[in-house]
Design a protein around this ligand. Structure first.
Ligand SMILES: NC(=O)c1ccc[n+]([C@@H]2O[C@H](COP(=O)([O-])OP(=O)(O)OC[C@H]3O[C@@H](n4cnc5c(N)ncnc54)[C@H](OP(=O)(O)O)[C@@H]3O)[C@@H](O)[C@H]2O)c1
Length: 313
């Protein structure tokens, strides 16, 4: 049996020779003050992997919290793993490096461990993150391909401030041709995944190619009813003396994925970090759950859900 601490501290090798901590803290938090306290609480609870995005409009707050938390805890930059993401309105190759540098500046960092293309959908280039026509429809940019954007991402790795690159909200169908054409292969793909959306085929492809699958919504965005209240999950939780959330997080790590959760209190951060291995029969029971539910349609539509209204510039 794996030691409990090993599961919390598990890291997954990436194709650039480095590794990513399996337990990640996501910073999709609408309130700037809450972003600071939640990020510090996560660092204190033990999280060493932080997932950001220019789209979340809070990179500055995350940077401030990390700096203060690392100083207080004597944590070196090399001990944490920071990701941020290129937004849809910056897909034109000439916009990629400036967007990357702007994120780096807001985060107050010298380098990023991982930079992701947030979605494979290019929007009208510019400062407006959510460009819409008069009927309210998103204005897409038809003059840039995902591969054009990917080539600009590859240049960032060559320039040395970006250690790994990857994609988010991508389907297996779209990942395959990009993977084949890429000079630098994606290190990570970030997608919604939980027992109601196990993404088994994508995970198998990623395992075969050495790409890390990074699951968001591992507890189904906390929605109820939902996977947190699934009778299989609650029965296992009662049996092993853990919370349903901890069962879902342990399942995700034990099947070989990294994951993101967004605890907003110190108690929740400790809960979500305090996972322990599930017995194999519990893993198999979860694997047999038949309910299917996708919570985030962005992978199909390009129009992101679960994006909070910005409360700060
Ligand atoms: N690439 C993308 O398009 C995309 C999309 C969405 C998210 N993300 C990333 O993924 C991160 C994680 O987002 P998420 O929505 O999946 O986070 P999450 O941890 O699932 O949090 C969302 C909800 O789940 C609840 N929750 C968390 N842990 C719980 C537990 N142990 N038991 C019961 N409820 C629990 C939270 O409640 P409390 O507030 O009460 O803790 C909150 O209401 C984001 O911050 C972002 O970095 C990426």
């Amino acid at each position: 049996m794996t030691e409990p601490n090993e599961l919390r501290r598990r890291t997954i090798p990436m194709n650039n020779g480095r590794s990513i901590p399996a337990l990640g803290f996501g910073t999709l938090i609408a309130d700037p003050a809450k972003t600071v306290t939640a990020t510090r609480d996560a660092l204190e609870a033990g999280f060493r992997h932080f997932d950001c995005a220019e789209r979340y409009r809070n990179e500055r707050e995350v940077g401030v919290a990390l700096k203060a938390g690392m100083a207080a805890g004597g944590i070196a930059r090399e001990e944490i793993f920071v990701t941020t993401k290129l937004w849809n309105s910056n897909h034109r190759p000439e916009r990629v490096e400036p967007a990357f540098e702007a994120s780096l500046d807001r985060l107050g960092l010298e380098y990023l461990d991982l930079y992701l293309i947030h979605t494979p959908f290019a929007f009208q280039p510019g400062e407006e993150q959510d460009p819409r026509d008069q009927s309210g429809n998103v204005i897409y940019d038809r003059d840039v391909t995902l591969l054009d954007t990917w080539s600009a991402m590859e240049s960032l790795v060559n320039h040395g401030k970006c250690r790994a690159i990857g994609l988010s909200d991508i389907t297996l169908e779209a990942l395959k041709p990009l993977y084949e054409s890429a000079r630098i292969k994606p290190a990570v793909v970030q997608v919604e995944s939980h027992p109601y959306l196990p993404e088994t085929e994508l995970l198998e492809y990623c395992n075969e190619k050495g790409v890390v699958l990074l699951a968001f919504a591992p507890v189904g965005h906390g929605m109820k009813p939902g996977v947190l209240e699934d009778p299989v999950i609650t029965a296992i939780a009662a049996r092993v003396g853990k919370t349903p959330g901890q069962v879902l997080l342990a399942w995700a790590v034990q099947r070989g994925t990294a994951l993101l959760t967004t605890p907003k209190s110190a108690a929740r951060a400790r809960e979500n970090f305090d996972i322990a291995p599930l017995p194999q029969d519990a893993i198999e029971e979860i694997n047999r759950i038949q309910t299917r539910q996708r919570l985030n349609p962005v992978v199909n539509t390009g129009v992101p859900g679960f994006i909070p209204r910005a409360t700060s510039a």
